[in-house]
Design a protein around this ligand. Structure first.
Ligand SMILES: *[C@@H]1O[C@H](CO)[C@@H](O)[C@H](O)[C@H]1NC(C)=O
Ligand SMILES: *[C@@H]1O[C@H](CO)[C@@H](O)[C@H](O)[C@H]1NC(C)=O
Ligand SMILES: *[C@@H]1O[C@H](CO)[C@@H](O)[C@H](O)[C@H]1NC(C)=O
Ligand SMILES: *[C@@H]1O[C@H](CO)[C@@H](O)[C@H](O)[C@H]1NC(C)=O
Ligand SMILES: *[C@@H]1O[C@H](CO)[C@@H](O)[C@H](O)[C@H]1NC(C)=O
Length: 395
């Protein structure tokens, strides 16, 4: 793997947009709270070593017949699609565990030009062939016929994503040897390195498809709980969201290291900080909130804060679900049950003994004027960044 990019503001992932802010979803804050509460339970400790131990052994993953499925997945047209759409689109399910009936849903757009040579990117929009994956099963259109599969975690998510890729590459064999990149934002700070790690490890020993992983990009990612917490409260303070007193209370009383127990006095200051943040939009603090009753204040970036509701309505339109080859279900981008029952979430995915994702060639990019979702708020700058990433150049 050649490169890893971190960029300090988020890419938009179509299927994640609705997850944030609206409908009471706030998965990142929920994840932080889960980790915080774990620190007070000494019984709970999934160390990085423990959680990855079984990744040292390899057994071939399930590969189903993909004959004819690519043609079946071709989207003829999406309802409301703008005229002149000049790229091919596919979507459908890839079974990752036939005995449980577990399948992941993907949406794939091919580059309008040079699609036969451009790299393959797992999951964000840009100058490439882009594969969006709804993961884990239970999120979006991805599902399992075995409800206990919805009690899952980081390890199972990486394994399923890997099995998905091996099968998807059977369905689209022309992409088997193509340069491949994985990108994501937010909690994908766990998903992306964990999947990259699994790919690199399996590539050495597999007798199945070797995935030609070239790099990863993470947007505003949750990679390390301690720096996430420290950085978040510093950010609140330096952006005048919390007072000097609350910040000082956190700095003097909180130790966010995994080994340190959480204390009542720290918890109290953290609660005060969240209370002071109030309903400021966590993921783009200068954005207005979506308001149905009045014309909300225009966003400084021109982004419509109600976008997530349009996506929700669109993806729940029967004709759209039909065009996407999706099952007729109520689509939601977040699944609270899954989040609340998450089994394993290491405090950090930064390298520890035996962890091989290369961080030496790491570039950190800040995109001006963008909040949590770069292509939503700063599409042109997001595209410039992304093109540079694929060319291995600085933006
Ligand atoms: C789940 O069950 C339904 C109904 O039996 C079946 O049509 C579908 O193929 C199953 N899904 C998977 C991934 O096996
Ligand atoms: C397609 O590839 C050719 C050859 O590498 C290049 O000259 C051309 O600029 C590419 N087209 C686009 C739109 O990127
Ligand atoms: C791959 O190796 C496994 C044992 O690890 C074996 O069962 C399987 O048949 C092999 N597959 C191929 C395609 O060689
Ligand atoms: C935080 O706690 C860890 C583990 O107990 C300890 O090693 C570290 O020194 C503490 N940090 C500070 C600033 O006290
Ligand atoms: C970093 O990049 C250089 C140049 O491409 C390469 O030689 C080196 O092996 C890379 N380091 C890692 C850890 O991937």
């Amino acid at each position: 793997m050649k490169t890893a990019f971190l960029f300090s503001v988020h890419f938009s992932l179509l299927v994640f947009v609705h997850c944030y802010g609206g409908n009471g979803y706030d998965p990142l804050e929920t994840a932080l709270n889960i980790q915080r509460s774990k620190r007070s339970q000494s019984a709970y400790h999934v160390s990085n070593q423990d959680s990855r131990a079984d990744q040292n052994s390899y057994s071939p993953v399930y590969v189903g017949s993909q004959d004819g499925l690519k043609d079946f997945d071709k989207i003829s047209a999406l309802p409301g699609e703008p005229a002149g759409t000049d790229f091919d689109q596919y979507s459908g399910y890839v079974t990752v565990e036939p005995n449980h009936g577990r399948a992941l849903f993907y949406y794939f757009t091919e580059s309008p030009s040079n699609s036969s040579t451009n790299p393959l990117v797992l999951w964000l929009n840009g100058v490439a062939n882009v594969l969006f994956l709804e993961s884990p099963a239970g999120v979006g259109f991805s599902y399992s016929n075995t409800s206990s599969d919805y009690i899952t975690g980081d390890i199972q998510t990486a394994k399923d994503s890997y099995t998905f890729l091996v099968n998807w590459l059977e369905r689209f064999p022309e992409y088997k040897t193509r340069d491949f990149y994985i990108t994501g934002e937010s909690y994908a700070g766990h998903y992306v390195p964990e999947l990259a790690q699994l790919i690199l490890q399996n590539n050495k020993i597999t007798n199945q498809t070797v995935i030609n992983l070239k790099g990863i990009a993470l947007g505003n990612a949750y990679v390390d709980d301690e720096t996430e917490n420290t950085g978040m409260f510093d950010y609140f303070w330096t952006h005048a969201i919390i007072s000097d007193e609350i910040h000082e209370g956190i700095v003097s009383n909180c130790n966010f290291s995994e080994a340190a127990p959480s204390t009542a006095v720290c918890h109290n200051y953290v609660q005060q900080a969240y209370a002071a943040k109030s309903n400021i939009y966590f993921y783009d603090i200068y954005a207005p909130l979506c308001s149905s009753s009045s014309n909300s204040t225009p966003s400084i970036s021109g982004f419509d804060p109600c976008t997530e509701y349009y996506i929700l309505a669109y993806l729940n339109t029967p004709a759209v679900q039909q065009s996407l080859h999706a099952r007729p279900v109520q689509w939601e981008s977040c699944n609270d049950f899954i989040l609340e029952h998450w089994q394993d979430m290491p405090f950090t995915v930064l390298p520890v003994g035996g962890y091989v994702v290369g961080y030496e060639n790491l570039t950190f990019v800040t995109i001006r004027g963008a909040g949590h979702f770069v292509p939503s708020y700063q599409p042109a700058r997001g595209l410039a960044f992304f093109s540079s990433f694929l060319e291995g150049k600085l933006p």
